[in-house]
Design a protein around this ligand. Structure first.
Ligand code: S3P
Length: 169
């Protein structure tokens, strides 16, 4: 059984994921990094030169690959749950955890960095609100939702570990 972390950009999937993997003695893998290696360019450049539909295609391929793993913590890009087939693949051998975050916190955490092409707009806060609204239903499909706004990484990791131990059969 794996643990998949999803949630909006800036929800803490990478930092939570690495610590979670350490605590459980699991491997850690990040699908954005897989995509960058696969295509041979950073995410921003993939969006710029190849476009979002191409990115989503490569992302779905990465999801199909990580779905075959076991005993891994898998950090995914925030758009992964929007594709029904991605969720279907992941659900076969993973507990899927949604790291919840408000748009205000997203901006505080990642407003200054330029690695998120979807937030490169005139009004990133409005954009974050709009994307979150569109994704809400898809995120609700996850088995566990963990608020992250006012919680530190240790507390989030402990919540997920407890849930996983109760559900790992
Ligand atoms: C995206 C999130 C990014 C990355 C890409 C698209 C999204 O990953 O996959 O920029 O659609 O929310 P992070 O959530 O790790 O920032």
């Amino acid at each position: 059984m794996n643990i998949v972390l999803t949630g909006f950009m800036g929800s803490g999937k990478s930092s939570v994921g690495k610590q979670l993997a350490d605590v459980l003695g699991f491997g850690f893998i990040d699908t954005d990094q897989m995509i960058e290696q696969d295509v041979g360019m950073p995410i921003t450049k993939i969006f710029q030169f190849k476009g979002e539909p191409y990115f989503r295609k490569i992302e779905a391929r990465a999801i199909a690959l990580v779905s075959m793993l076991d005993r891994h913590v898998i950090a995914t890009g925030g758009g992964v749950p929007m594709n029904e087939n991605n969720m279907h693949e992941l659900e076969k051998n993973s507990v899927i955890v949604h790291l919840q975050v408000t748009p205000e916190t997203v901006l505080k955490r990642i407003g200054h960095d330029h690695k998120r092409p979807l937030l490169k707009t005139k009004d990133p806060l409005a954009t974050a609100r709009e994307i979150l609204r569109k994704r809400q239903r898809a995120y609700e499909r996850c088995s566990l939702a963990v608020p992250t706004d006012n919680h530190n990484v240790d507390a989030i990791v402990q919540t997920i570990v407890k849930f996983f131990r109760e559900h790992d059969s």
